[in-house]
Design a protein around this ligand. Structure first.
Ligand SMILES: [Zn+2]
Length: 237
């Protein structure tokens, strides 16, 4: 009987999670030369997405917005979240800066109230869009007005942040915090979601941790725990 109950609770707990490895194809994202070789953000996001998928697939239905090195527009990715009826959307990214000393990890959630969020529209993660900045902001704000997932996104982001914090300390990664942002892909997915910047590949020390240490594995583990905690909390409500 106890076994049956356990099985039943897991079965009802299964969610559809859409993992979005940022960039792809000709849109390589952040890039940096490392040991005479170019390192592209698009490859790292796919590696990390697969790592996360492996950890989550035991209990959830996991779909990736791309499984190979192909270009999909931000609109296509967001549409996919609606088509597969995703319960959660996680966009994965790595950062780069011209200032080599800049480092750290940050988590973004959608917010239409903060000025900071509007500033973030200039970010690399929206750079694929070729419309004018005001057009993009307007489009996102109109969409946010009918977006019912803002609170859930913020709640999920704060759980992920609390689970990632000990990982940041263990690997001496600077915690750049939990931030509001206006990301096209998050706004249009119409699903609770976050965008995670896992670290700066332009910072030599951090790049080493991203490429060689267990930092990615432990981060994927923390995100997995966060997802389970988020849905368990929802189930209890
Ligand atoms: Zn990116």
């Amino acid at each position: 009987m106890r076994f049956f109950l356990l099985f039943f609770s897991f079965a009802s707990f299964t969610k559809t999670i859409l993992i979005d490895p940022g960039h792809g194809g000709y849109e390589v994202g952040a890039k940096i030369k490392h040991n005479k070789k170019e390192i592209y953000e698009k490859d790292l996001t796919l590696t990390f997405a697969n790592l996360l998928k492996e950890k989550l697939r035991k209990h959830h239905n996991i779909i990736l917005t791309r499984t190979d090195d192909k270009f999909y527009s931000l609109e296509q990715r967001a549409k996919m979240a609606q088509e597969v009826k995703a319960d959660l959307f996680i966009s994965l990214h790595f950062n780069a800066s011209k200032i080599k000393s800049v480092s750290g990890a940050e988590i973004f959630y959608l917010d239409n109230h903060k000025n900071k969020a509007v500033a973030k529209i200039e970010s690399l993660e929206n750079s694929e869009l070729h419309q004018s900045k005001s057009d993009i902001v307007n489009k996102i704000l109109i969409d946010l007005a009918i977006n019912l997932n803002l609170d859930a996104s913020k709640e999920f982001a704060s759980i992920v942040h609390s689970k990632l914090k000990p990982v940041y300390s263990n690997f001496e990664i600077k915690d750049r915090g939990l931030k509001p942002g206006l990301f096209f892909v998050l706004a249009l997915s119409k699903t609770p979601g976050i965008l995670v910047e896992i670290g700066f590949i332009s910072n030599a020390q951090e790049r080493k941790k991203i490429l060689t240490s267990k930092y990615l594995d432990k981060s994927a583990e923390a995100i997995t725990l966060s997802i389970n905690k988020f849905f368990l909390k929802k189930q209890k409500l």
